[in-house]
Design a protein around this ligand. Sequence first.
Ligand code: TYM
Length: 344
Amino acid sequence: RRVIFSGIQPTGVPHLGNYLGALANWVKLQRDALPEDELLFSIVGWHAMTLPQPPKQLSDARTDILAVLLAIGIDPTRSIIFHQEHNPNHTELAWIFNCITPVGKLRRMTTWKSRLAASKNQGDDAEMDETGLNVGLFAYPVLQAADILLYNRATHVPVGDDQTQHLELSRVIADQFNRNFKAKRQLFPLPTQLSTSSKRILSLRDPTSKMSKSAPDASSRILLTDSSSQIASKIRSAVTDSISGITYDPVNRPGTANLLTILAACNDEDVNKTVSGYVGKNHGALKADVTEAVVEMLKGPRKEYERLKMDKEYLRRVAQEGADKARVKSEVTMMEVRERIGLL
Ligand code: TYM
């Protein structure tokens, strides 16, 4: 029996990178799951808080994401879909994990290091400076480990490749807990990453960095709720290169390679097969095909999203039922954790 867990931050409507790197995989896992498999998908509000979020925006985003997840095909009668902050067991377990996680391990997280690097740019010769960064941001991966290990000890975690290091840390924490609080049976098995090849989708404006919700230029990402004309204009203006012809060369031609990756993912085929169709063609032809494929893929979900968004009562009920199921499940693990550490 597999327990599959994944999460997404409510920091805005999900983009094509979230979809192709993770969410589409959630839907596939749900479709192919065996009857005994358990699936849980969480909208992680406590993680979103690690960067400042205007409350109204955060509140709207969490409802939007719930509607998007349902619209792409997550089925609340099959998978448990819930808001993290509706289950306090996440923060309780995160606190316990904080107390067994070495500070040095967290300092090595690339997500933390990139925040640090960004915060030192405030003066020319400023040192790396932690003073402007909050503790939550530092402990972010510990909360993520708690998310995963809370549910009957989830073992399968579908995420994009930017989460690999966080997954590694959750294995370290699980192992540390098992060794600190030994009993006949190991409490936590070590979770593994599930990813469909590694589809890192890059920014349409700067194909050396990943597509992200927080990049200032909105035309760098395609949102799952974008209209056909928005999608077309973003792809038309996507940065590529001035080399003629189409080849798949992620190192020297990242923008072109990114478009090919997107097209291959939309068509669910290998990128080598995709590129073989472009002998003697140019960027214009590729962009037209990418546009058509993305528009086609997102058409159904977008329509369903518009419908669901109006049905606040249904969304509220789904969230409520998901939270109830999540709490009951996680309580089984928490009772055992509390007992082992002597805080029952
Ligand atoms: P978040 O909200 O940043 O992203 C959600 C998922 O989208 C993937 N992703 C991408 N994949 C490919 N290309 C991209 N450009 C791209 N951008 C984002 C991410 O890998 C992720 O799978 N820490 C997590 C949320 C989280 C979580 C968890 C995940 C909290 N607790 C427990 C798994 C298990 C995050 O920030 O995701």
